[in-house]
Write a protein that binds this ligand. Structure first.
Ligand code: THU
Length: 161
């Protein structure tokens, strides 16, 4: 029997970084700083990401573009892969993302792209616990309590059981 179903996504919206809980505010601040490490001569869109690990380490990344565009990588995956490569076995607890268009002082929201969501899903699986995602600009910051909110109907290792 056909049945219409729906999914609801839970997230919390904050009107500014100042409203965030201290840990989220600090991580978002690190993502803002990480924007400086962006190499984006093609899109001129500079993105920074800060990953909080379960042992307290914070690993930052920024998007790295390439003349052969598919060879570049988003800020989120740069940070996540660095974290997994350098702190193997330490679960990821949270990621904050900030972005700025070149020549602009204002920040733009940079929601993770599909490929980054998939990588986040793998990080969450490896962690065995939800990963918080903090993303937004100066006026509106959204906090998602789990990657599940950003990527429903996930394909992960369990899909192949
Ligand atoms: N980008 C990121 O690094 N993260 C996002 O969440 C969205 C997009 C980068 C990829 C590319 O270097 C530039 O932003 C424009 O798409």
């Amino acid at each position: 029997m056909m049945k219409k179903e729906r999914i609801e996504i839970d997230y919390t919206a904050y009107a500014s970084a100042e409203e965030l809980h201290e840990a989220d505010r600090e991580l978002f601040g690190k993502a803002v700083e990480a924007v400086n490490g962006s190499y984006a001569p093609y899109s001129h869109f500079h993105v920074g990401a800060a990953v909080l690990l379960a042992d307290g380490h914070v690993v930052c990344g920024a998007n790295q573009e390439n003349a052969a565009s598919p060879s570049g990588l988003c800020a989120e995956r740069t940070a996540l892969f660095y974290a997994h490569a350098n702190y193997p076995g330490i679960p990821v607890r949270a990621i904050a993302i900030a972005a700025r268009k070149e020549g602009s002082q204002a920040f733009s929201p940079a929601y993770p792209c599909g490929a980054c969501r998939q990588v986040l899903a793998e990080s969450q699986k490896r962690a065995g616990a939800d990963i918080r995602i903090i993303v937004g600009d100066r006026d509106r910051i959204l906090v998602f309590g789990s990657v599940d909110a950003l990527l429903p109907f996930i394909f992960d290792s369990a899909s192949m059981d």
